[in-house]
Write a protein that binds this ligand. Sequence first.
Ligand code: FAD
Length: 169
Amino acid sequence: MFDYIIVGAGAAGCVLANRLSANPANRVLLLEAGGPDTRQDVRIPAAFTKLFKSEQDWNYTAAADPASGTPAQFWPRGKMLGGSSSMNAMMYVRGHRSDYDGWREHGNPGWGYDDVLPYFRRSEQYAGGASEFRGADGPLHVGGLRSPNPLTNGGREEGGQRGRARKKE
Ligand SMILES: Cc1cc2nc3c(=O)[nH]c(=O)nc-3n(C[C@H](O)[C@H](O)[C@H](O)COP(=O)(O)OP(=O)(O)OC[C@H]3O[C@@H](n4cnc5c(N)ncnc54)[C@H](O)[C@@H]3O)c2cc1C
């Protein structure tokens, strides 16, 4: 007998199972349709495309959308422990403040940027340490590029010369 049954050990399912099972009184069953996440390409961010159309991919095709003229498209989704987070490009991108504030303004109290920021901070273990926007004690390791492409730095310098201040965040 279980108190909770979670279907899918992807990004959301694993976090949920981890949180729920932190309480030893909870009996939690986590079901996953795919296999293990041990393939080497899972560990290498730039190798994520090698997982496409493999055993670790649901290999969906999104239907064509005649209204916008968009043809049918290959739509990869991870089928393994970690789900799509085991085949993603490992880029950490939060929504913009205006995205969340827009949700709140459209009648969703609790979804504004200031409401969700504490949860982002709580989930993060940011390599640069805690700040007003960053967390340092969470389970999700986040950091800047370790070896940025020189072109990236060139673009930043160019932006600076054009008066675009570089932000820390
Ligand atoms: C190619 C690719 C690149 C991406 N790059 C980035 C990135 O760089 N940065 C970023 O932030 N996000 C990225 N994403 C998006 C991100 O990975 C997803 O938003 C996130 O993983 C979604 O989490 P989820 O828990 O909703 O679903 P998933 O992580 O996909 O988990 C769903 C899980 O459920 C399982 N499942 C499905 N049906 C069943 C069933 N019937 N029974 C049992 N298990 C089932 C699946 O196998 C899977 O493991 C990328 C996604 C893809 C596909």
